[in-house]
Write a protein that binds this ligand. Structure first.
Ligand code: S3P
Length: 441
């Protein structure tokens, strides 16, 4: 997983986009579905699981710690959990591939079990900061020895019983929040996370669904999330809704390619995830919601997206947590808008699968787009709907979202864009190119 061969692509204009696409299962929800099922007592069933490399890394890790995690021929996953407190010592290092979510959440789980685990990953993951989880998990009693800079490879020696803490998040991060809550699952007493800025709340929703005692209140500093430890999780039947981050590529593609009209079915509309829709609508995008419903405890809708001329905006910084993974593709929309779009307050982009501010600046520059870089964002001078020049070479830096965003940019480019490696797309959206083919074929 860590040494996948690279896959270059020369991406060319095509379209318009027409038809219906069903996006794969949400990545965040899929990770959590496997982890929580693996901690329940009995058999859980999961439908619609994202079968991308990141989620498969989580599945392999839970197997290595004693759970049975299997895919049936009908595509339903069956997980026999070990019970909270029942994780076993893995025989080998846990290979997290490219996945920050697997790493940080599993570090939380291991921290309050009487086991130790070594975490390794690919070059991208090995460059990402883990200090943000090492700090609170250390307070709970885990001993963590990391590579210089608080990076992978690292070893977590769990503490059992761990010490419950109250932790105020210094960064808006659902991964850090979840790591502490998951450590709290097997910790006696009540573990609290105070969240000054709301981030995706899939852990909270799903833990409750599994029967954990978890409350959320408003406090003076923000939301107070409390979990009562030594929980017993009851097995569930989970239906994973479609990933709004994956849907984002088609929202932008249909918005920028003239003549496009598509339906994106089954998109998770959890308000902590819909910032891209808000930003695109402010730019003038034509995105309609139909068939609103609830799937697996999450709001879901189908989206109808038609091509529309886009106008530059100042992207409000407070949208950042609800569209943090969508900035690369938003930058592509901005490149086709009329005027100068400014997106700031998104410093976290520097520590994703790549430094997404630098990576997207380089990629858009290669495609002939004028940009300005700030420490916490980018300004982009749009073409007012004219095709981008294209023609350059893009480095994806082991980052799936750079690869998919620049493939979307190529749809509206005069010359093909050479992308050095689209293999990372398999981490979150294995069928991306087949779907592109079907929408433009
Ligand atoms: C995720 C949280 C976000 C997001 C990541 C998935 C999660 O990361 O960027 O792709 O599933 O909790 P941060 O918590 O680092 O913001």
């Amino acid at each position: 997983m860590s040494n996948a061969a690279s896959r270059p692509l020369t991406a060319s204009a095509r379209g318009p986009l027409r038809g219906t696409v069903t996006v794969p299962g949400d990545k965040s929800i899929s990770h959590r579905a496997i982890m929580f099922s693996a901690l329940a007592v009995g058999e859980s069933r999961i439908e619609g699981l994202l079968e991308g490399e990141d989620v498969l890394a989580t599945a392999a890790a839970m197997r290595a710690m004693g759970a049975s995690v299997e895919r049936g021929d009908d595509g339903t996953w069956r997980v026999h959990g070990v019970g909270v407190g029942g994780l076993q010592q893995p025989a080998q290092a846990l290979d997290m591939g490219n996945s920050g979510t697997s790493t940080r959440l599993l570090m939380g789980l291991v921290s309050s079990h009487p086991i130790s685990a070594t975490f390794v990953g690919d070059a991208s993951l090995s460059g990402r900061p883990m200090g943000r989880v090492i700090e609170p998990l250390g307070q709970m009693g885990a001993e963590i020895s990391a590579s210089p800079g608080g990076r992978l490879p690292l070893m977590v020696r769990g503490m059992c019983p761990a010490v419950p803490i109250t932790y105020t998040l210094p960064v808006a991060s659902a991964q850090v929040k979840s790591a502490v809550l998951l450590a709290g699952l097997n910790t006696p007493g009540v573990t609290r996370v105070i969240e000054p800025v709301p981030t995706r709340d899939h852990s909270e929703r799903m833990l409750r669904g599994f029967g954990a005692e978890l409350t959320v209140e408003d406090g003076p500093e923000g939301k107070i999330i409390s979990i009562t430890g030594e929980a017993e999780l009851k097995p569930q039947h989970i239906v994973v809704p479609g990933d709004p981050s994956s849907a984002g590529f088609w929202m932008v593609a249909a918005s920028i390619v003239p003549g496009s009209e598509i339906t994106i079915a089954n998109v998770c509309m959890n308000p902590t995830r819909t910032g891209l829709i808000t930003a695109l609508r402010r730019m003038g995008a034509d995105i309609a919601e139909t068939n609103a419903r609830t799937v697996g405890g999450e709001p879901v809708a189908d989206l109808v997206v038609r091509h529309a001329p886009l106008k530059a905006i100042e992207v409000p910084a407070d949208l950042a947590p609800s569209m943090i993974d969508e900035y690369p593709v938003l930058f592509v929309a901005a490149a086709l808008a009329e005027g100068r779009t400014v997106a700031r307050g998104a410093h976290e982009l520097r520590v994703k699968e790549s430094d997404r501010i630098a990576a997207m600046r380089a990629a858009l520059t290669a495609a002939g787009v004028q940009t300005e870089e700030f420490e916490d964002g980018l300004a982009i001078h749009g073409s007012a709907g004219a095709p981008l020049p294209g023609g350059g070479n893009v480095a994806t830096l082991l980052d799936h979202r750079i690869a998919m965003s620049m493939t979307v940019a190529s749809l509206a480019a005069a010359q093909p864009i050479a992308i050095d490696d689209v293999a990372p797309v398999a981490t979150s959206y294995p069928d991306f190119f087949e779907t592109l083919e079907s929408l433009t074929g």
